[in-house]
Every structure is written in C-alpha cells, then in structure tokens.
Design a protein around this ligand. Structure first.
Ligand code: NAG
Ligand code: NAG
Ligand code: NAG
Length: 211
C-alpha cells in the first residue's frame, strides 16, 4: 500500500516537473510557472489527505480485531482402572451356600478390586461393571452357581451333564451398576456339591465406566 502511494507521488511529481519543464522551454510567463506550482501543491495536498484517510481505516480495522481466546487444552481426568480375573486353582467338593471360592490362579488384579481375605470383588469406585463366571464340570455332576452383589444374585450359571458324556463349560456375563464399596462374589446354590478347578473355572470383573 505504502509503496504504491510512493510510486503515485513520484509519478505525479514527475508529471508536474515535466509540464513545468515544457512550460519553461516554451518561454513561460511568471504566472504560468505559478499556476503549475500551485497545481503541484494541490495534488500533493489531495494525496496527503487520501493517505491520512487510509491510515485511519487501517487503525479502525486493527482496533476491531478481537483477540483470539482459544480454550486451553484440558488435561484429561485420571480414570480408575479396574480389571480382575482369577482361576480356581483346585477342585472343590462338599460345597454349600457358605463355601468361599478363592479365584486367585493366574491373577490379574489391576486396581486391587479382588480382596484375598474374603475372596470378594469390591468396587473401588461407583460405576458400570462387567462380570463373568465360568464353571467347568467333569462327567456325572452338575453345579448351579450365582454371582451375588451384597448377597443378591446378579448372574446365574447352570452347568451339568450325564455320566459318561462330554465335559461341559457353563458361563455367563452380566453388566452391573455398583456403588463404591459393594461386594460381588460367587455363591454355590445347588448341584453335586462339586466344582472342577485346576485353572479352568474363572471369575472376572472389570470397570466399564465410572459414574
Ligand atoms: C494493531 O494493534 C496492535 C495492538 O492492538 C499494535 O501492536 C499494532 O502495531 C497495530 N498495527 C497497526 C498496523 O496499526
Ligand atoms: C486366597 O488365596 C490366597 C493365596 O492365593 C490367600 O492369600 C488368601 O488368604 C486366600 N483367601 C481365602 C479367603 O481363602
Ligand atoms: C446407577 O446407580 C445409581 C445409584 O443407585 C443411580 O443413580 C444411577 O442412575 C444408576 N445408573 C444406571 C446407568 O443404571
């Protein structure tokens, strides 16, 4: 912008001086010279006024620029990580509703929801959790088991077969809305009072998301 105005001023000045030179070369009178000088001054004044107007527009536009207020990147809220899986190390017999199933084989216990002293899953935070229980039986027996939350069933596994037939796995999965501190554990509810362990039967629980 400034450069083009400089060029314009030079151009007009050049034109002015050229005309002045022509006038002088044609034996100009003093009044002719004064006329040309006056014209030159008027053009300069006009340009100066235009430049001032443009400078005013620039500063008005500059003042209208709203400072950028982009939101600062937020640091993610640390999320609870809760993941448990245990297998039953040994086969259990003489089962009843009070039997403690200690699924501690091949243990994964992220966030320590599994508490070894009672063999329960205890919710470290409130949220939606997923649980599975898988029971394995050898021929000729059956077992009915629940996963209970504070002693109320949230999942059933029923598993059994005839003597001499194929071995079988009973498994089930459930989502549960747990409040922090609630306990979940496997409970025997009926059958041959027997559950095959040896690392095959499993109990798992994990936090899907916090509430
Ligand atoms: C525009 O305004 C800023 C301050 O808000 C100033 O630093 C800058 O020099 C101005 N630019 C012009 C061309 O006036
Ligand atoms: C479960 O087994 C672990 C060892 O794997 C032991 O430390 C814990 O006391 C047992 N808990 C129960 C309730 O039997
Ligand atoms: C989970 O339980 C809490 C407390 O009982 C309740 O406020 C919330 O609405 C429940 N959420 C879902 C998804 O069931």
């Amino acid at each position: 912008m400034a450069t083009s105005f400089t060029v314009a001023i030079l151009f007009i000045a050049l034109v002015g001086y050229t005309r002045l030179a022509e006038a002088v070369s044609e034996n100009p009178t003093a009044s002719q010279i004064r006329f040309l000088l006056d014209e030159d001054a008027a053009l300069r004044q006009k340009l100066q006024t235009r430049i001032q107007g443009l400078q005013q527009s620039v500063s008005t536009l500059n003042a209208s620029i709203v400072p950028c207020s982009c939101p600062l990147p937020t640091t993610p809220v640390p999320r609870a990580q809760v993941a448990y899986t245990g297998t039953l190390k040994s086969t259990m017999s003489s089962l009843n509703a009070a039997s403690v199933f200690n699924f501690t084989g091949d243990l994964i216990n992220v966030g320590a929801p599994f508490t070894p002293h009672d063999a329960h899953f205890v919710a470290p935070v409130s949220g939606i959790y997923g649980f599975s229980l898988a029971t394995y039986m050898t021929p000729g027996r059956y077992v009915l088991m629940d996963l209970v939350r504070e002693n109320t069933p949230i999942l059933h596994v029923k598993n059994g077969h005839y003597s001499g037939r194929q071995v079988i796995m009973g498994t089930n999965f459930v989502l549960a809305n747990l409040t922090k501190g609630e306990h979940v554990w496997p409970k025997y509810t009926g059958g041959s009072a027997y559950l095959f362990g040896e690392g095959v039967s499993t109990f798992s629980g994990f936090l899907l998301y916090e509430l």
